[in-house]
Design a protein around this ligand. Sequence first.
Ligand SMILES: [Zn+2]
Length: 203
Amino acid sequence: MTATQSRRRPIRSPRGLPRAWRAAAWLAAFAGLAYPSVPMPEATWRLAPSPNWDVRPFGVRPDTVVIHSTAASGLWLNVRYLRKPASQVSAHFVIGKDGQIVQLVGLGRRAWHAGVSDLRGRPDVNGFSIGIELVNLNDGRDPYPEAQVRSTAALIRWMRQIYDIPDRNIVTHADVARPPGRKSDPMGLDMRALRRGSRPADG
Ligand SMILES: [Zn+2]
């Protein structure tokens, strides 16, 4: 475990953040910094940078969230894999069954999670999306514990303070993978509940 993995973000409410903080967070995310400055609510957040990313297309701000499941158990085993240069894959976040959030890639950067993909005619979903991996076996039976779903919703709610992410752009890997049927994750996750739970409290 590296030193960065044990750093924690403070726990604070997202309500009523000063405007300057929000602007700074957006700038940090746009610049691709791995450490956006808006505090995350309600969850432990650790940093474990992955080298598996490149730049987003010029001027593109993410407006989409793609939810995955890892199809393998163990938060840190998955994190380790997504940090290996040879794996050539990553996600912005991995969320453990206990609700712990690990960030691997800065929001302004293009993580490699969706592969060949398309959202309502827009190709290369990685270019305009944020990828979240949930630790789950993806067999349709392995549950997504409440703590994991709560952290995921809180994380998306937080991102919605920085980016415009409509409900219809909170999608699954199965929704956007091409050709259709190439991916099935996150099997068994209640996406409607997640969309509902991730709406900003004041919006
Ligand atoms: Zn996936």
